[in-house]
Design a protein around this ligand. Structure first.
Ligand code: ZN
Length: 338
């Protein structure tokens, strides 16, 4: 598919350590020849942090793994950008995810609710630390000054390992901020925007920039998106509060949408990437809308995958059979989009 933008990116889940070779081959032999110039790796806490080894998630990549992935990206002049979730998505299931993804769950029942690296090491950073079960996933307490110190150190280490000036900080699908006694005194849009801006200032102080998801910057009521793709918790006013230097990854996966977020981000003076997923028809509708409504604020495409990156690599490279429910569809969509 011919796209009018400079960035052609793909978001891959950080591979299981046994799949690093296959993912390197995917970048080298499949993604690079198709003009992909940005790889984003969904790390979460799956990295062997040296300064904070207590925060390592399941099957963490070593610095050596990262350097090997970085080498193939450098060979093709591709940017390699790490992604870490720094608001919600701090817990989920299962404990040993075979696709490398800790998935949220849509129940408030006290499920096992496995905490990811940060909250496992520092349960006091949990916005709902006294609640045994939460809907979907846990959030960091955005008023916790110590959490911010640890997070800045995790960011620094990741940016050094990836030799990058850009990091994606997640901040999507937020449901539980503003609930503790301290946070509940602050309007949620301000709480959220202040958090993002403080991370942005830290990354800018080291000459870098941040990317984040855009779903909390618009409202369900105005856009008609569902409550995953847009906010029902009162954060939408943050669209005018966060720094214009933050690059917004506007993700939409469903059918029959108007994609009004594209226009809202332009109006707010924010730059964005168009981020579709597995359904090719929905992806094309989103891209078509974005091309038509581009006010010079769209930097490119970020195709999301949300599946086992090793399995996706083997499907695209060797047409190997897939166990993951969505992998084949995602492979077909990438074939068409790229
Ligand atoms: Zn709090």
């Amino acid at each position: 598919m011919k796209l009018p933008w400079k960035t052609k990116g793909v978001l891959l889940t950080a591979p299981l350590t046994e799949d690093v070779d296959d993912v390197i081959k995917l970048i080298d032999e499949y993604l690079a020849p198709r003009g992909v110039n940005m790889i984003m790796l969904q790390i979460r806490y799956r990295y062997q942090f040296r300064r904070h080894p207590e925060c390592c998630g399941y099957d963490p990549l070593s610095e050596k793994d990262v350097k090997r992935i970085l080498a193939v990206c450098k060979k093709h002049n591709m940017a390699l950008i790490p992604k870490i979730n720094l608001c919600d998505h701090q817990s989920g299931l299962p404990a040993n995810p075979t696709d490398g993804i800790l998935h949220g769950h849509t129940s408030e029942e006290p499920l096992p609710d496995i905490k990811d690296g940060l909250l496992r090491a520092y349960p006091e950073f949990d916005e709902l630390q006294n609640e045994p079960g939460v809907f979907y996933s846990r959030s960091i307490c955005l008023s916790n000054a110590v959490a911010k110190i640890i997070i800045f150190e995790l960011i620094d280490e990741m940016m050094e390992a990836f030799e990058t000036d850009t990091i994606h900080i997640g901040c999507d699908e937020v449901f539980h901020i503003g609930k503790c006694p301290k946070c509940s005194k602050v309007p949620k849009a301000k709480l959220y925007a202040d958090w993002v801006n403080s991370i942005n200032e830290h990354v800018q102080s080291r000459g870098g920039k941040i990317m984040m998801w855009g779903d909390r910057l618009t409202s369900v009521k105005y856009t008609g998106y569902n409550s995953w793709e847009s906010s029902e918790i009162g954060t939408e006013a943050a669209i005018d509060m966060i720094s214009k230097d933050v690059l917004i990854c506007d993700w939409h996966y469903e059918a029959d949408q108007k994609f009004l977020s594209v226009d809202l981000l332009a109006k707010a003076g924010l730059k964005m990437l168009v981020c579709p997923w597995k359904e090719i028809d929905n992806a094309k509708r989103f891209i078509d809308y974005a091309v038509e409504h581009d006010q010079g604020h769209i930097e490119g495409l970020l195709a999301t995958t949300w599946c086992n990156a090793g399995e996706l690599a083997r499907k695209l490279l060797y047409n190997a059979p897939c166990k993951g429910a969505n992998t084949e569809k995602i492979a077909n969509t990438l074939n068409e989009l790229l």
